[in-house]
Design a protein around this ligand. Structure first.
Ligand SMILES: Nc1ncnc2c1ncn2[C@@H]1O[C@H](COP(=O)(O)OP(=O)(O)OP(=O)(O)O)[C@@H](O)[C@H]1O
Length: 614
């Protein structure tokens, strides 16, 4: 299997990079939007004028010709001359340089602070969130104009200093936007899935979170850039700017002095400022629209999938008895000893949801964790991945995986294991795939990181894996977005992703619950085949004894956070010792006649018991 997965297949075509294609398509659509095109053309013209001002401008911006004071447009002064005899056209060109650069300084400052803060606070939460939120609240409480006036008094009439300060004051605009977007996606299952597949926090933020916030950042940039330009012009119009720097704001101020003698002097800079602001806003709107259209239905927010609750009977058992019958055959890959998981309880104290759980999983063995809803199966599995939800902590015990105690391992060390040595198959396939990326890119990226192989090799490997997990047209699925495939296909994709790095331990959390019955059986078959082929240790979380009977070598029955019985599957089915196990099995394997068939359906057409519980 190993050789088969690694060997490059020359027959497999290397797909075009879908993300680059999508970006090119987006650029083409933006260029086809007339408003965007006109705005872009205008902004490009302004920027070119600013950059080439020294070559285009007939005069230096500060050159004053006394004989040309308040000269009318025409002759050597295309747009006339101002009250000091300086050429208006030249000043407009040089003014664009400084005005745009000033706005850019404010924008970059606001963006760096706001976006960084929003990402960190939104993604990591806890004290980082508290600290950033406090700083941003403080900034929002400051009156911008007063701060700028005070700063001018301290640092003098510096365009750059005032724009940096204004950028800091504007940073909450980015912070709130990014923070809201990040907190909305932080708990999406595909972010957890990315973590499980071995991606670092930095990688998840840059790939899965930043893509979500990029559209709002684009539109906000245009607004903040425009506000920066407007405020800068306003300050200079009020005479608070640096008179030695030719900006559009300074020109407004100069023009105002001669409003009655030559009103055109105020019209030129006002037109330049107004049109630039309009172009920025229109361009940002068009970009946002096209980005949203490009994402289409795939971008829609998916609510976190609620976990399916089972209808297993409530226990009426008396004292819990634990039956351990010998150690697992083969090399132990995972040994959990006396594990406890706790959460802070409402009103103080702690709530222990997993208590003294011990189990061993050997190489090549499938260990079922079975029990009613809320019995602690998922908490046990997530403890092994060290991905307990916020507030949850391993309160005691050890989780020995290949000689390392995962319970005390540093996060950096854990990152090296997740996705590489310990893989995870979730319950909800759709919510665990990022709707913004093609399936191919979501398979390829973890492989390039975990296996250190090139993108080309990872692509070939992904296509082979897709074929291996029974996807009929691997190339088409590779190029598809998650919303373009069925739930069963998505689960096959996740299984392909989980085994892509040939893990030693695979944790499958109710991997068939969200699928319809016919697909469930196929996915179970696939899991069984892959497990024996890769000789993996598997923990299978399920509430379904049918799945246990089908796949598991050993089973641990959980109830109220404890394992009440553990042993070989065959033995447990044949001779359950604990009353709770008997009750669970009794409920499922009941001989009672099911509710009568519909009149039109012949009794023979009713599904066999095994099919029914699958
Ligand atoms: N974030 C949380 N905060 C506090 N308690 C939690 C949290 N998540 C789970 N629990 C508690 O932990 C217990 C075990 O939950 P767990 O999800 O492991 O159950 P389960 O056996 O996997 O059930 P299911 O089959 O429904 O997924 C439950 O009582 C639940 O209330």
């Amino acid at each position: 299997m190993t050789a088969q997965l690694h060997a490059p297949d020359p027959e497999l075509a290397i797909p075009t990079a879908p993300e680059m294609g999508a970006q090119a398509a987006l650029a083409r659509r933006v260029l086809r939007n007339p408003l965007a095109l006109v705005s872009l053309a205008f902004l490009a013209l302004i920027i070119l004028g600013a950059v080439f001002a020294p070559l285009i401008a007939p005069f230096r911006p500060t050159t004053a010709v006394i004989s040309d004071v308040l000269a009318a447009p025409g002759g050597s002064h295309l747009l006339g001359a101002d009250g000091a005899g300086r050429d208006v056209f030249s000043r407009l060109l040089f003014g664009a340089q400084f005005s745009l650069a000033g706005a850019l300084v404010a924008l970059v400052t606001a963006m760096v602070i706001g976006v960084t803060g929003g990402l960190l606070a939104g993604y990591f939460g806890k004290w980082i969130d508290t600290l950033w939120t406090w700083v941003i609240s403080l900034l929002m409480a400051l009156p911008a104009i007063i701060v700028l006036l005070a700063a001018r008094a301290v640092v003098g009439p510096s365009l750059w200093a005032s724009m940096v300060i204004f950028g800091i004051i504007l940073s909450p605009a980015f912070f709130r936007l990014v923070y809201a977007s990040v907190t909305a996606v932080r708990n999406e299952l595909y972010v957890d899935a990315a973590r499980v597949s071995g991606l670092s926090d930095a990688r998840i933020i840059s790939r899965h979170i930043l893509t979500v916030v990029r559209a709002p950042i684009v539109i906000q940039s245009a607004i903040v850039g425009g506000v920066g330009l407007a405020i800068q012009s306003g300050l200079e119009f009020l005479g608070l700017g640096d008179i030695n720097v030719p900006t559009w704001g300074q020109m407004l101020s100069d023009g105002f002095q001669n409003l009655y003698t030559n009103p055109l002097l105020i019209v030129w800079p006002a037109t330049a400022i107004g049109l630039t602001l309009i172009a920025l806003t229109l361009l940002a709107n068009a970009l946002r629209d096209e980005l949203e259209r490009a994402s289409g239905p795939a971008k829609r927010s998916r609510a976190n999938a609620g976990k399916k609750s089972t209808t297993a009977p409530s226990a009426t058992a008396g004292d819990e008895t634990i039956r351990h019958d010998g150690g697992a055959a083969g090399e132990a890959v995972l040994t959990i000893e006396n594990l406890s998981v706790a959460y802070p309880a409402h009103g103080g104290g702690t709530k222990t949801v997993v208590r003294g759980v011990s189990l061993t999983v050997a190489r090549g063995e499938v260990h079922g964790l079975v029990g009613e809803s809320g019995s602690g199966k998922t908490q046990t599995a997530w403890s092994v991945l060290r991905l307990l939800p916020e507030g949850g902590r391993i309160a005691g015990g050890s989780i020995i995986f290949q000689g390392k105690d995962l319970a005390g391992l540093r996060e950096r060390e854990m990152e090296k294991l997740r996705g590489r040595r310990i893989a995870y198959i979730p319950q909800e396939p759709m919510s665990n795939l990022d709707p913004s990326f093609t399936i191919g890119s979501q398979l390829v990226e973890p492989m390039t990181i975990c296996l250190g192989i090139s993108k080309k090799e990872a692509t070939e490997r992904a296509l082979k894996l897709l074929a291996k997990v029974g996807i009929p047209n691997p190339q088409r699925t590779f190029d598809s977005y998650p919303h373009q495939v069925s739930g069963g296909m998505a689960q096959r994709v996740l299984i392909a992703g989980a085994v892509s790095c040939e893990p030693d331990l695979l944790i499958a959390d109710e991997p068939t619950t969200a699928l319809d019955v016919t697909v469930q059986a196929e996915v179970l078959d696939l899991l069984r085949d892959l497990q024996s082929e890769l000789n993996m240790a598997v923990i299978l979380v399920t509430h379904n004894f049918g799945v246990v009977a089908d796949l598991c070598d050993r089973v641990s029955v959980m109830r109220l956070g404890r394992i009440v019985e553990t042993g070989p599957t065959r033995a447990i089915f044949k001779d359950p010792q604990h009353p709770y196990t008997r009750e669970l099995l009794g409920a499922i394997l009941s001989e009672a006649t099911p509710r009568g068939p519909l009149e039109t359906v012949a009794p023979a057409a009713a599904p066999s018991h095994k099919e029914a519980i699958r």
